[in-house]
Ligand binder design. Sequence first.
Ligand SMILES: [Zn+2]
Length: 167
Amino acid sequence: MKPTTSPHIRVARSKIHSTGVYAKKGIRKGTKIIEYVGEKLTKKESDKRADVALDKHAKDKNNGAVYIFELNKKYDIDGDFYFNTAKFINHSCNPNCDVEISNDKIWIIALRQIKKGEELSYNYGYDYEDYEDHVCHCGSDKCVGYILSEDHWPKLKRSLARKKKKR
Ligand SMILES: [Zn+2]
């Protein structure tokens, strides 16, 4: 299988983390940029794989990232494959892309107008559990320090404030 491509992007060294994906030209808000492809898994299989990946990550922070996406109530998609170009899109706390699921396909879409040469990013939407294992290096002025779903930011900020007081 050939790696997926899109007329909107090019893959290059990232300013955030290892490899990244950049806008080849201006991208209009709402554009479906690239599909996030991989292997369709049952929830049971996907839980198993996520555990293995998190285990690896706990031992080596540069390894074992989780690339599993919820597709629907029954299935997930594991995108940890060389042919899934979308997996190189980094997380950001102030992203220019979002993930949209339509007709059982996962799409990376433009959250706003994106300029040529901008690095693409979206919020990985990680759970609060073990957030400390996923330090964020996105460098945006909105960065909360960890790769975490925005839903959990208030909880994170309260927790960090408590830790500061203890010191
Ligand atoms: Zn960040």
